[in-house]
Design a protein around this ligand. Structure first.
Ligand code: BG6
Length: 494
C-alpha cells in the first residue's frame, strides 16, 4: 500500500477523456494501483459530456494506456482490476441540467470521504463548473479543487477566475497545480538547501556570481496548436514552471516545511522580482520562434508549418535576465530560458559561484573555472558540484575541473517518480505544500504582464531560430553583454 493514501476517496476528473487526463492523470492512478496504493472503496470518476465517449470509456482509456504506459507495466488482468475503480460519468460541467441531480446522487452516502474535483477543462468554464458543484451541494468540508496552470491569461483574468472559485472554496481547499513541483529533484532542492549548512553559508550575492535556469524541450506543438498559439512560452512556461524554480532557489528558509511556510517564502521572492519596465524589455528579454531544422538528425518543421498558418507572432522561446530586489540577491542576475524544438530535452539549474579573489597558481597552471552547482531535473535527476583540482596525471601542478556527481536516477534503484502522480496523491491526502498559493500566481503575473504587453503593443516580432539549436543568437548575446555565457551542462562534467 502506498504510504500516502490510507482511506477511500472520490477523485472526479472533469475533462476525463482529454489529453491531460489520458496522458498523465489516469496513468498516474494506474501506477498507484500497481503499487497497491488505492484503498478499497475508492472511486475514480471520469467525466465527459459526450455520449459516445461515455459509452466507450473503457476502450478509450485502454487505448491511451497502451500509448502512455510501458508495455511491461500493463497487463490485461491488472487493467481489468484497475477498471473496478473507474466510474464513467456523463456530465456537462458548464450546463445546469438534470444530469447534475443524477451525479450528485452518487455522493449521498459519501460525505466523509475526501472528494477531489480535478478541473482538466478550459479555465473559461471553471466558474460555471463551480456554480454547478455548489448548486448540487457537492462541496463538503472534505472537498478539494485541483486546477491547472496557467490560471488565466493575465493578472486580471487570473483574478476573476480566482475570485469566482473563492466564492465556494476556501484557499486551503484550492490546489493550483504546477507539475514541476512534483519532480523529485525539485523537492530535493529544498533538502539540499535547507538540510546542509554547507550551502546555506554561500547562498547569496557575496558568493554567487549568477544563476541560470533552463527548461529546454525537443517537442513542438504536440497537437496543441490552438492552445499554444494563443498562449506562447511566456504564459505556458515562464509564468509558472520557471518562476517557481526561481522562487525555490532564491527563497529564505521556511520556519517549517509545511504548505503555509513554504508558500509564504516563495511569495516574498516573487514579489521582490524587479519589474522589467517598457524601456528595459528589449535589453533584458529575448523572444524567439523556431523555423525548420534537424533534431537528432531528424528534420523538424518550423512553427508556422506545424501551426498550418502563414503568420504568427507567438513566441516558442523566451530568455530573460531577471533580478531580485532584496538583501540576499542584490546584483545577482538570474538568467532564465525556455524553448520548444531545442537541441536536447533538459531542465537544469546552474549556480555559478564567484571567481576566487586571487589566482595564486598563476596562468601556467591553467584557467580557473568558477565553482558551479548544477541541479539537473531531467532527463536525469542529478546534482553535480564542479570544483577545481590538480590533474593527477601530471607531475607539475596543472589544475582542471572535476565533478562531484550525485546521480539520483542511478541511485534510486528503479524507483521512478512521476510529477503528476506525486501531486495527485498529495491533493487526495490534503498536503498542499507543493501547490501554488493564489498570491504566488498573482505576483508571477504582475511580473510577466508588462513584458507581454510591451511585446504586443510594439509588435515585437520573435527572433527566428533553427530547430535543433539553443534558440536565437540574441539569447547568447543577452549573457555576452554581461561577459557570461549559457552553461552547457554536458561540457561541465570532466
Ligand atoms: C507544460 C506545458 O506545463 O509543461 C507544455 O504546457 C510543456 O508546453 C510541458 O511541454 C513540459 O513539461 P515536462 O515535464 O515534459 O518538462
Amino acid at each position: 500500500m502506498s504510504q500516502l493514501l490510507t482511506q477511500p476517496f472520490d477523485l472526479i476528473l472533469f475533462g476525463g477523456t482529454g489529453d491531460l487526463s489520458l496522458r498523465k492523470l489516469l496513468p498516474s492512478m494506474y501506477r498507484t494501483f500497481l503499487e497497491d496504493g488505492i484503498p478499497k472503496g475508492s472511486r475514480i470518476m471520469v467525466g465527459t459530456r459526450k455520449v459516445h465517449e461515455f459509452e466507450g470509456m473503457h476502450s478509450i482509456i485502454k487505448k491511451a494506456f497502451s500509448k502512455f504506459i510501458p508495455e511491461e507495466d500493463l497487463s490485461d488482468s491488472n487493467y481489468e482490476k484497475f477498471c473496478l475503480f473507474i466510474k464513467p460519468v456523463l456530465i456537462d460541467v458548464a450546463k445546469r441540467d438534470d444530469r447534475w441531480a443524477e451525479f450528485s446522487s452518487l455522493f449521498v452516502k459519501r460525505k466523509k470521504q475526501p472528494r477531489i474535483f480535478y478541473l482538466a477543462i478550459i479555465p473559461s468554464v471553471y466558474g460555471d463548473c463551480c456554480d454547478n458543484l455548489a448548486a448540487s451541494h457537492l462541496i463538503t468540508e472534505n472537498t478539494r479543487l485541483v486546477v491547472e496552470k496557467p490560471i488565466g491569461y493575465d493578472q486580471q483574468s487570473a483574478e476573476s477566475i480566482n475570485q469566482k472559485i473563492a466564492e465556494y472554496f476556501k484557499e486551503d481547499q484550492i490546489y493550483r497545480i504546477d507539475h514541476y513541483l512534483g519532480k523529485e529533484t525539485v523537492q530535493n532542492l529544498l533538502a539540499l538547501r535547507f538540510s546542509n549548512s554547507l550551502f546555506e553559508q554561500f547562498w547569496d550575492a557575496k558568493s554567487i556570481d549568477h544563476i541560470q535556469i533552463s527548461i529546454c524541450e525537443q517537442v513542438g506543438l504536440e497537437g496543441r496548436a490552438g492552445f499554444y498559439d494563443s498562449t506562447g512560452a511566456m504564459r505556458d512556461m515562464v509564468q509558472n514552471h520557471l518562476l517557481q524554480l526561481l522562487a525555490l532557489i532564491a527563497m529564505e528558509s521556511p520556519n517549517k516545511m509545511d504548505a503555509n511556510n513554504i508558500r509564504a517564502e516563495k511569495i516574498k521572492v516573487l514579489q521582490a522580482l524587479k519589474p522589467i519596465n517598457e524601456e528595459d524589455v528589449n535589453q533584458f528579454t529575448v523572444r524567439g520562434q523556431y523555423v525548420a531544422g534537424a533534431i537528432d538528425e531528424q528534420l523538424q518543421p518550423g512553427y508556422l508549418e506545424e501551426l498550418g498558418s502563414g503568420t504568427s507572432n507567438t513566441e516558442t522561446f523566451v530568455a530573460i535576465r531577471a533580478s531580485i530586489d532584496n538583501w540576499r540577491w542584490a546584483k545577482v542576475p538570474f538568467y532564465i530560458r525556455t524553448g520548444k524544438r531545442l537541441k536536447k530535452r533538459s531542465a537544469e539549474i546552474a549556480i555559478q559561484f564567484s571567481d576566487v579573489s586571487h589566482n595564486a597558481f598563476g596562468e601556467e597552471s591553467g584557467k580557473l573555472i568558477p565553482n558551479r552547482l548544477i541541479i539537473q531535473l531531467q532527463p536525469e535527476e542529478r546534482i553535480q558540484l564542479i570544483l577545481m583540482a590538480k590533474d593527477m596525471t601530471q607531475l607539475k601542478t596543472v589544475l582542471k575541473p572535476v565533478t562531484l556527481d550525485l546521480n539520483f536516477t542511478e541511485s534510486s534503484q528503479g524507483f521512478k517518480s512521476f510529477g503528476y502522480k506525486r501531486l495527485l496523491l498529495d491533493a487526495i491526502c490534503g498536503n498542499a505544500s507543493l501547490f501554488i498559493h493564489r498570491e504566488e500566481g498573482t505576483a508571477a503575473w504582475q511580473w510577466v504582464d508588462p513584458i507581454i504587453e510591451y511585446w504586443d503593443k510594439h509588435h515585437v516580432t520573435p527572433f527566428l531560430y533553427r530547430a535543433g539549436t539553443y534558440g536565437p543568437k540574441e539569447s547568447d548575446e543577452l549573457l555576452e553583454k554581461d561577459g557570461r555565457q549559457w552553461i552547457d551542462i554536458d561540457d561541465c562534467a570532466s
